[in-house]
Design a protein around this ligand. Structure first.
Ligand SMILES: [Zn+2]
Length: 196
């Protein structure tokens, strides 16, 4: 499927090869609509952390279930726009990192599950960095056993086929297995029209 024009232009601007999605076997993820998003927490500097309503509900239930077993789960990052995703890449390019290294942990704009408002980065304390070491915490062990019951699934396990590094913190909510998610309907979201 060809990229929408605005997204293709953004990719060219960042130097992302046109073959990115096909090569990595990553689907496009349309942005959730603002009206679908709900505040679940505040992150750094009061930054709002948003998820679509159904995922927000599942998150609250999951965090409460973990807390009842003495395990703290902290939401660190949720919905992210295509524009914000591009900024994350630009900032890293400006710091002198190579595009290859950046794309190992930051998906190209349009391809991040965070656009959908269903993906959540989870830590065990508010100030924690998202690092592989999260995979050896009690919080991760709890998620590994219990998150699927709440509809959250680890997207990027070790040695995943997408060329994305191991991300024990990144969980994506899906409705029941027979639901239509991930949706391939082009009208299930919107693309920003103000891309350069
Ligand atoms: Zn993530």
């Amino acid at each position: 499927m060809p990229l929408p024009d605005a997204l293709a232009a953004l990719h060219r601007d960042l130097g992302i090869p046109a073959s990115y999605g096909a090569e990595r076997g990553l689907p496009l993820h349309p942005e959730a609509r603002e009206s679908e998003l709900e505040l679940i927490a505040h992150g750094d500097e009061g930054r709002p952390i948003l998820l679509v309503a159904a995922a927000a509900r599942a998150w609250r239930q999951m965090a409460a279930a973990a807390a009842a077993e003495g395990v703290t789960l902290v939401a660190v990052s949720g919905f992210r726009s295509v524009t914000r995703q591009a900024e994350l890449i630009r900032v890293r390019l400006d710091r002198g990192r190579t595009l290859d290294a950046i794309l190992r942990y930051v998906a190209a704009p349009g391809f991040s599950e965070h656009h959908t408002g269903r993906a959540l980065d989870i830590a065990d304390r508010p100030d924690s960095e998202l690092e592989e070491s999260f995979g050896s915490t009690a919080a991760y062990r709890w998620l590994d056993r219990n998150a699927p019951r709440h509809g959250f699934h680890l997207s990027y396990p070790r040695d995943n086929p997408h060329g994305i590094g191991y991300e024990p913190w990144h969980w994506c909510w899906r409705a029941a297995p027979d639901s239509r998610w991930p949706s391939t309907q082009p009208d299930s979201g919107r693309w920003p029209s103000n891309q350069p």
